[in-house]
Design a protein around this ligand. Structure first.
Ligand SMILES: Cc1cc2nc3c(=O)[nH]c(=O)nc-3n(C[C@H](O)[C@H](O)[C@H](O)COP(=O)(O)OP(=O)(O)OC[C@H]3O[C@@H](n4cnc5c(N)ncnc54)[C@H](O)[C@@H]3O)c2cc1C
Length: 511
């Protein structure tokens, strides 16, 4: 049986990635009592602490680099990558505050990679024109830095999942949580910061972890918050090897590596007509990891997608003829959309703030590499500070909400297992992973939406034990539905959203 518990906080932070921890610290520095809840283990769950890339790239301008020209170039990079759908005001804030927020991290112990002369290394980052992104030293140092920040915040920490946001008197007043030690906790809070990361884990092939399943999109949506840009998802070319996933080494795409189908045919040769077109597509593909329709590099991704949707597998052959071929697939990496928020980090629901990958605005259709980590710090700090300021003004606690409907929804037949929920979810995930990948069309998106609805009908809470699986399942289905609906609505191709049926992609020499 689950035990019920009531708690109070000035600010509740949901999620303990880079954005959540930064928000908790800022809220506490502003004078608020903070409770933080995380679904996964602290400093180990979330893309922020992924060991796949060995650390972060993070865009920032510090100290004397913060000239008007450099700030303007940084801003223009974001706007150009965003293809008209990023929020210019938020992009401006991100640029202005990137340096101070990086300096905060350095003060808490973050280490940067240095060159032979001891100067921090700088790299361009995908879709960017300047060598502005810093590289962090390693993942264990990132984890230590954020643990230090969390300790400094003095936040009370709970490990568990947010089940539902509490919306009362026209504002967000905390959340219902289900903790890993089997408690159902109602946290009444004056302000709540949503920092649950993105939804890459909704896809069968992804580079994130099992915790990034878009639950925050569902929580925000159920609370009445506006979401935007959910159709813009970054997909990378990835390799599956010995049960592990890694980025395809793009620098080897023009040799000695090759993309082959299961008949051993070269995918680029087969799908792109003409030597000049192939050369240009390869050159442009090597310039950015995320798939995008913005240049002719997309022809390579479409060749791969067509190969796989014809039922064939695709492989990467590296330069070593003796090496085993490894399977290649598109892998979901990060979301550029989410809950819309204003300069203070507040969503369209008063008292509900959002930061990090769950939030949308500072990035558009494509985003420059290294800018997400910057966004976690700039808007995590703003969201935490504003949430605390709101909480300090509202000292009377609202009347407690009635128990969450979802937590009371139980089937009396306790004997059945959770397998039915898992099956329903797997069915939706299968269609979603196929139809929301790099090649999208109206028919596939309609099929996806109806499968999600069908799966939702099949979900049940059979016992206390299955409440968590029901909640996760419901949130995942809602997130899939929101994403599929956004992709359905946007008829034209833009950035990583490729509508193969309503072509505004450049003339395609694909056969
Ligand atoms: C392999 C990889 C490499 C990347 N490299 C870079 C890079 O170099 N530069 C860059 O800018 N971006 C990079 N990105 C993207 C970037 O890492 C993420 O966008 C960013 O870390 C998101 O941070 P976050 O704090 O918003 O969320 P996360 O770090 O994903 O944290 C989410 C937190 O929310 C918790 N959570 C989720 N759901 C719930 C719930 N229902 N209740 C309670 N808690 C919940 C999770 O347990 C976790 O603690 C990379 C992504 C990947 C996958």
């Amino acid at each position: 049986m689950f035990a019920f518990e009531d708690r109070k906080a000035d600010v509740l932070v949901i999620g303990a990635g880079a954005a959540g921890v930064r928000a908790a610290l800022a809220a506490s520095h502003t004078g608020a009592e903070v409770t933080l809840v995380s679904k996964g283990p602290i400093t180990k769950s979330g893309s922020s602490f992924s060991s796949l890339s060995g650390g972060w790239g993070i865009q920032a301008l510090v100290g004397t680099e913060r000239t008007e020209q450099n700030l303007e170039d940084f801003y223009n990079d974001i706007i150009e990558a965003g293809l008209g759908v990023c929020d210019p005001g938020l992009a401006r804030i991100l640029v202005e505050e990137s340096g101070p927020r990086l300096q905060d991290l350095l003060a808490y112990g973050l280490l940067l990679r240095k060159d032979d002369k001891g100067k921090p290394l700088r790299v361009k980052g995908c879709f960017s024109h300047s060598e502005r992104a810093f590289l962090t030293e390693n993942v264990s140092n990132i984890r230590e830095t954020f643990q230090t920040m969390l300790n400094a915040s003095g936040a009370k920490v709970l490990v568990g999942a947010a089940a539902e946001l509490i919306v009362l008197q026209g504002g967000c007043r905390g959340a219902w949580l289900v903790t890993s030690d089997r408690r159902i906790v109602r946290v009444m809070a004056q302000a709540t910061v949503l920092a649950t990361g993105g939804g890459a884990g909704l896809f069968e092939d992804h580079l994130a972890s099992e915790h990034e399943t878009g639950e925050g999109y569902a929580l925000a949506h159920h609370a009445g918050a506006e979401l935007k840009n959910l159709e813009f998802i970054q997909f990378m070319l990835g390799i599956k090897e010995n049960g592990r996933r890694r980025f395809l080494p793009l620098s080897e795409l023009d040799g000695p590596g090759a993309l082959l189908d299961s008949d051993g045919r070269d995918i680029i040769m087969k799908h792109i007509q003409g030597e000049e077109n192939r050369k240009r597509a390869v050159e442009e593909r090597m310039a950015h990891h995320p798939f995008s329709t913005r240049d002719s590099s997309y022809l390579i991704d479409l060749g791969l997608a067509k190969t796989r949707s014809a039922g064939k597998r695709a492989f990467w052959r590296n330069g070593n003829p003796a090496a085993k071929r490894a399977e290649v697939a598109h892998m979901a990496h990060a979301f550029n959309g989410g809950a819309a928020f204003n300069d203070n980090g507040e969503t369209t629901v008063p008292g509900l703030f959002a930061a990090g990958e769950v939030a949308a605005g500072p990035h558009g259709a494509d985003r420059i590499g290294g800018c997400m980590m910057t966004a976690t710090q700039v808007f995590g700090e703003r969201a935490g500070r504003s949430a605390a300021t709101r909480a300090m003004k509202k000292r009377t606690m609202p009347v407690a909400s009635p128990p969450s409907e979802i937590l009371l929804k139980k089937d009396p037949e306790e004997k059945r297992s959770c397998s039915r929920n898992l099956e329903a979810l797997a069915m939706a995930r299968d269609v979603f992973s196929r139809e929301l990948m790099v090649l999208r069309n109206r028919r596939g998106l309609e099929e996806c939406l109806s499968t999600i609805e069908h799966s939702r009908q099949a979900l049940v809470a059979e016992s206390d034990q299955s409440i968590l699986s029901l909640l996760t399942g419901e949130h995942m289905l809602t997130a899939m539905q929101l994403i599929a609906a956004a992709a359905f609505k946007r008829g034209e191709s833009l950035g990583p959203h490729c509508r193969a049926d309503r072509g505004s992609t450049p003339d395609s020499p694909i056969v």
